[in-house]
Design a protein around this ligand. Structure first.
Ligand code: AMP
Length: 219
């Protein structure tokens, strides 16, 4: 089963992906992680992507589509995939559909995590991420037990290069601009669900499992 999580930055897509991984075994493919890895390894596409990434702009479709289809292809056959952060535009959604149709495994469910932008902004501005396992904390609302250290593996936490106020504003504006068309695209296919993302992560996961269940996810 292929699942897509939509929602503004800060709506908890990454957190839900790891909870769902533990619960139903879906493997997360996050466009932000794929881009950060390409940037870090300074691959030709990574170098091209870096300027857009650092400024909080969308990386051009031509770069993102190639990288993400490659990442999806690396997931072993028969494994359920959860896409986080991709697609972000209708052009990306169409390219994804074409690639998955070729592989005979279409997108089965798209779930929109709904969150007021004021809350998303607050979450992003205090966000801290583990360098090793990617666990997400928040300085104010979900602090680690020891400041600056991951509860799970003891690695240092860091603030992402694009989690500064100007980039946060810009990323959320871009999200607003692209999201309606993307939601309409999947709504017209009859595979869109939506879940309130304001509660505690475990509560949100329960709602997610409920809407995913008809697509074949076993809780
Ligand atoms: P994220 O980790 O999902 O917040 O993504 C971080 C940054 O990566 C975004 O601000 C964009 O610069 C870039 N990015 C991630 N996914 C995409 C995408 N699907 N299309 C274009 N740019 C993306």
């Amino acid at each position: 089963m292929n699942i897509i999580l939509l929602g503004p930055q800060g709506s908890g897509k990454g957190t839900q992906a790891s909870l769902l991984n533990a619960r139903i075994g879906v493997v997360q493919v996050a466009s932000g992680d794929v881009l950060r890895a390409a940037i870090q390894s300074a691959t030709p596409l990574g170098i091209e992507a870096k300027t857009y990434y650092d400024a909080g702009d969308l990386v051009p479709d031509a770069i993102v589509i190639g990288l993400l289809i490659e990442a999806i292809d690396q997931v072993p056959d028969g494994t359920d995939v959860l896409l986080d952060g991709f697609p972000r535009t209708v052009a990306q959604a169409q390219a994804l559909d074409a690639a998955l149709a070729e592989r005979g495994s279409p997108v089965e469910k798209v779930v929109e995590l709904r969150l007021p932008l004021s809350v998303a902004k607050e979450r992003l501005s205090g966000r801290l991420v583990c360098r090793t396992c990617g666990a997400v904390y928040n300085e104010r609302t979900r602090p680690p037990t020891v400041a600056g250290v991951c509860d799970i593996d003891g690695s240092p936490l860091y603030q992402r290069a694009d989690d500064y106020p100007e980039a946060i504003e810009k990323r959320l504006r871009i999200w607003e601009r692209e999201n309606d068309a993307l939601v309409a695209y999947y709504e017209s296919k009859g595979i869109l669900e939506s879940v309130d993302a304001q509660g505690a992560p475990e509560i949100v996961m329960t709602h997610l499992l409920a809407v995913l269940a008809p697509a074949g996810a076993s809780a």
